[in-house]
Structure formats: structure tokens, C-alpha cells
Design a protein around this ligand. Structure first.
Ligand SMILES: O=C([O-])CC(=O)C(=O)O
Ligand SMILES: [Mg+2]
Length: 213
């Protein structure tokens, strides 16, 4: 994988400059002058989804391939105070009931991302300010919900990544709890517990292993 990573990085950022420049950073790349590629190398610490796609999904959209990463369809709104977040996935599959969402976010997050398949219901919210506050305090890095949240004004100020389809003011039911830590499929991807999720303003990508740039 590393060889493939390096190879595609070189293709994108220019053979002459990128190998050394990627390591030495933007300032050094600029100092290389005209031999530098017109695009600066990415900041590897950001792990931006576009830069990750350039390396791990190198084939163009019109080429059928089986890349390492999956890209979620662009269905989600950025509703948390953090636009960029990443971490290992934990999952919940539920429909119009959020007890398992609460239970998951009550656990130590250890930098994980909770991925919730709420069946795209537009009829209630699976997350509100109380649960989101708890998630932040427990060390979750973010939450992605195929469904709705509420208390969104407060959640937008929290240092937590939150992506969801929409906001809706009605709370969910508490029966028919659903399933915890099963594979979930929505937005064109399948997320398995333990996969790595990378989210930012551009979108969400999912990989079976931790990615580096
Ligand atoms: O009660 C709920 O289901 C969600 C909610 O509003 C909160 O966490 O504040
Ligand atoms: Mg609330």
C-alpha cells in the first residue's frame, strides 16, 4: 500500500518536486522555484478527503475500479462545530429510536466516529444537544447520521463533528432499539465497525485501515 501511495503522490504533485517537497513542506516547495508543481503538496496532518482520494482513489470517475476507499454520496449537512474529523468507526443501525445512539455515546469515545444508519427517516431526530454534549465530553470525534438531528443551533457550537441529512424538531421513540456494531450501508457505502472514517467539508470517505499521506 505504501508503494502505491508514494507512486500516486508523485504523479499528482510532480515528479521533480513532490518526493522531497511533500516531506519538507510548503515553504521548501516554494523555494524549489519553477521546478515545483503548481499545486502545493497537501498538509499531511489535515488528511483532507480530497488529498486522500488523490492517493487512495487515483482512477478517474469514468474508470471502473475497486479503490481502497469508499466515498459517501454527498447527502450530508455539516451540523457540528468541527468540520473536519476522523477516527475508527463504531456503528448503530436503528429506525426512529435512539437508545443505542445514546448508549454508544455514553462510552469512552477514544477518538472514534459513531456512524448511525437511521434509515434516512425524516420523521424524528436521533441526536440532540444533551447526547451530543455527552459525546464530546466522552471523547468522540464525530457522528454521522443517516437521519436527522435536533437542537442544531447548540450542536453547531460544540467541538464535535456532526454530519446528518437534516434537522427535525421531534424526538425519536425509545422502543425497537436496533443493532449495535453491525455493518451499515447507506449513501453508497458500507461501513463496518473498525473501519476508518475521514470527514471534512468536502465529504466523507471510508477505508478498511488507517490512511496516511
Ligand atoms: O432526547 C433526545 O432523544 C435527543 C435530545 O433532544 C438531546 O439529546 O438533547
Ligand atoms: Mg435536546
Amino acid at each position: 500500500m505504501l508503494a502505491r501511495t508514494a507512486q500516486h503522490a508523485v504523479q499528482r504533485w510532480g515528479a521533480a518536486a513532490s518526493c522531497s517537497a511533500t516531506r519538507r513542506g510548503l515553504a521548501a516547495a516554494a523555494a524549489d522555484g519553477p521546478t515545483s508543481n503548481q499545486f502545493p503538496p497537501p498538509d499531511p496532518s489535515r488528511l483532507g478527503t480530497a488529498d486522500l482520494c488523490d492517493v487512495y482513489h487515483p482512477e478517474a470517475v469514468d474508470v471502473v475500479s475497486q479503490p481502497l476507499v469508499q466515498i459517501m454520496q454527498p447527502l450530508f449537512k455539516d451540523l457540528g462545530g468541527h468540520l473536519r474529523f476522523r477516527g475508527k468507526a463504531a456503528t448503530v443501525k436503528c429506525f426512529e429510536a435512539n437508545p443505542l445512539v445514546r448508549a454508544a455515546l455514553e462510552e469512552p469515545g477514544e477518538g472514534r466516529v459513531l456512524v448511525v444508519d437511521g434509515g434516512a427517516s425524516m420523521r424524528c431526530a436521533l441526536l440532540g444537544d444533551n447526547i451530543a454534549e455527552m459525546a464530546h465530553k466522552n471523547g468522540w470525534s464525530g457522528i454521522i447520521i443517516n437521519g436527522c438531528i435536533r437542537d442544531s443551533e447548540d450542536i453547531s457550537k460544540m467541538p464535535l463533528g456532526v454530519k446528518a441529512l437534516a434537522t427535525y424538531p421531534l424526538k425519536s421513540a425509545k422502543r425497537d432499539k436496533g443493532l449495535r456494531d453491525v455493518p451499515v450501508s447507506f449513501a453508497g457505502v458500507t461501513v463496518r465497525p473498525g473501519d476508518w472514517v475521514y470527514a471534512d467539508k468536502d465529504g466523507v470517505i471510508v477505508a478498511p485501515e488507517e490512511l496516511t499521506l
